[in-house]
Design a protein around this ligand. Structure first.
Ligand SMILES: Cc1cc2nc3c(=O)[nH]c(=O)nc-3n(C[C@H](O)[C@H](O)[C@H](O)COP(=O)(O)O)c2cc1C
Length: 175
């Protein structure tokens, strides 16, 4: 686990080695094991492989399209609106409103990224994409919000780790 956390990188160069549907299912199973608000499990996945992968790549801005050029799989993650952060009667439970819906999705995406490292795969989370085109292509209903597109493939490179803020800049300890 620690190895996967340390070695995960955003991969922007992939080999053309294929990734199987079984491997993608393994990643999505890992995603499903993540916790969520009252186990509401808000995330949904639209997996593009083969011709569909090429079609979805056209729905990325050119820099993202170039970066994921050989990645054989693109996964669009969405959330079902109004699932996490709510009480049973539909009112919001906390000051974050529906924020936990995206929080829950993020936990799932990170599980995918870490499981991918364990499987020798690399990933790139992309927050920039052509939302309307992706929605139309997969016929994603208005009840779902598109969150990110994830590229999955075999890394051609292992980039240097990007710098992180020091703990004393981000953590407060009170004793
Ligand atoms: C919500 C989110 C959106 C991102 N969107 C993009 C993107 O559109 N294109 C891209 O190249 N990287 C994107 N990234 C990757 C970040 O740039 C990257 O995680 C960060 O620079 C740290 O590098 P590392 O992931 O290698 O540790 C995104 C990451 C997150 C978490």
């Amino acid at each position: 686990m620690t190895d996967a956390i340390i070695n995960r990188r955003s991969i922007r160069k992939y080999t053309d080695k294929p990734v199987t549907e079984e491997q993608v299912k393994e990643l999505l199973q890992a995603a499903s094991l993540a916790p969520s608000w009252t186990n509401s499990q808000p995330s949904r996945y639209y997996v593009a492989m083969g011709d569909a992968r090429d079609a979805v790549a056209e729905m990325l801005p050119s820099f993202n399209k170039t970066n994921v050029e050989n990645a054989p799989v693109l996964i669009v993650t969405t959330v079902v609106k109004g699932t996490s952060g709510y009480k049973k009667d539909g009112s919001v439970s906390t000051h974050l409103g529906d924020g936990f819906t995206h929080f829950d999705n993020g936990l799932r995406v990170e599980n995918i990224c870490l499981k991918a490292v364990e499987m020798g795969l690399g990933t790139l989370i992309m927050g920039l994409y052509k939302e309307a085109e992706i929605r139309e292509y997969f016929e994603i209903p208005d009840s779902q919000e598109i969150v990110c597109v994830l590229a999955v493939g075999y890394p051609e490179i292992q980039p240097e780790a990007r710098p992180r803020l020091a703990l004393d800049e981000i953590a407060v300890f009170k004793k």
